[in-house]
Design a protein around this ligand. Structure first.
Ligand code: TXA
Ligand code: MG
Length: 326
């Protein structure tokens, strides 16, 4: 892993790495971000691997301006007011994904919403322009450790897991961005940051409250960080298929039989997906949410999921599958 001072040349190198599916740590005005091409599910899967995160939490998508955000999410009236006042800057908005949103489902962990932000740091802006694509980036630290605000902190925590660290001194804000949920009608701050609820209230002309609570526990509809769950049952660690079930395979499904006769290869294409035929956990993570969505059709009785090894990214995949199976 190389620490490089940000210059026009190294920013171009970093943009090329991102286009190729690499991981680049870059400065923003809040904290350093661990960035990857948001359109490339396998690159995004590497973020979770590098952070050692046992769960797929949804990531913030960084874009260079409001027009680029509008290609990904539905910018409602509230969103336009907030973006014209606070972007570029330390504010993230949660908005509905557009139907034609090209961002990998892994970035939003299968949810119908996406977190977007236009950072104000000149190096981040130059990188996003040079890359010419949305960049998914959580804070550049190992899961469960403090966010990094200097290049030295980053290299201490992420070490060799990244392809390049683009260094530009310490981050001026030093605190993660405010996360504002505008997807549910009622504006809600999910994470406090430099932009306060009072400032947002003034722009929107309506009350905006903090919700620091437990997002797992529903308060009122639209106010919780939901987990994606399919509408039909999931059956985990399947070693064969019940008639009427769809198959989510991992590795070879050559010997998957259907009870009462037949085998997986007799299933129609719409009832059969494979997370990774070669048994690659990174590829499986990249495919997980899109394939669950594809199989989640009411004409299937359930989705039978083959065993996925509980190691590396497999831990996060199994975490998400067992939540979806509940
Ligand atoms: O300042 C920042 O926001 C930094 C820099 C790099 O931009 N990024 C950052 O990302 O702090 P991360 O992944 O550490 O935090 C993202 C936060 C999490 O609390 C996550 O749950 C929330 O945003 N989030 C992302 N997508 C969401 C969604 N669709 N719905 C609800 N919350 C979401
Ligand atoms: Mg973080």
């Amino acid at each position: 892993m190389a620490i490089k001072i940000a210059t026009e040349k190294t920013i171009r190198e970093a943009a090329a790495l991102i286009k190729e599916g690499g991981l680049v740590v870059f400065p923003t005005e809040t904290v350093y971000g661990l960035g990857a091409n948001a359109l490339d599910g396998q690159a995004v899967a590497r973020i979770f691997e590098a952070k050692g995160r046992p769960q797929f939490n949804p990531l913030i998508i960084h874009v260079c301006d409001e027009a680029a955000a509008a290609e990904l999410v539905v910018m409602n009236e509230q969103a336009r007011l907030v973006s014209s006042r606070f972007w570029p800057g330390p504010l993230t908005m949660i908005l509905p994904r557009r139907d034609d949103c090209p961002v990998s489902d892994l970035c939003s962990a299968g949810l119908p919403t996406l977190a977007v932000r236009v950072p104000a740091h000149p190096v981040a802006c130059a990188l996003l322009k040079a890359a010419g694509m949305p960049v998914a980036a959580p804070s550049a630290n190992k899961s469960g450790t403090l966010s990094a605000t200097t290049p030295v902190d980053v290299s201490g925590t992420l070490g060799d897991a990244v392809d390049m660290i683009l260094a530009a001194g310490s981050c001026p804000v030093g605190l993660e961005s405010t996360v504002l949920d505008l997807s549910g009608g009622v504006p809600l701050v999910l994470r406090p940051g430099a932009v306060t609820a009072a400032e947002i209230s003034a722009v929107l002309g309506e009350e905006v409250s903090y919700d620091r609570g437990d997002h797992e526990k529903p308060k009122s509809p639209g106010q919780l960080l939901r987990h994606y769950a399919p509408s039909i049952p999931l059956r985990l660690n399947a070693i064969d298929l019940e008639p009427g079930e769809a198959l989510l395979a991992f590795g070879s499904d050559r010997f998957m039989g259907i009870k009462g006769g037949g085998s997986a290869k007799d299933l129609p294409e719409s009832a059969r997906e494979n997370l990774s035929e070669s048994g690659d956990l990174n590829e499986a993570a990249a495919n997980l949410f899109a394939m669950l969505h594809a199989l989640d059709q009411s004409d299937h009785k359930a989705i039978a999921v083959m065993n996925i090894p509980d190691q590396g990214l497999g831990i996060a995949i199994n975490d998400r599958l067992s939540r979806a199976a509940d």
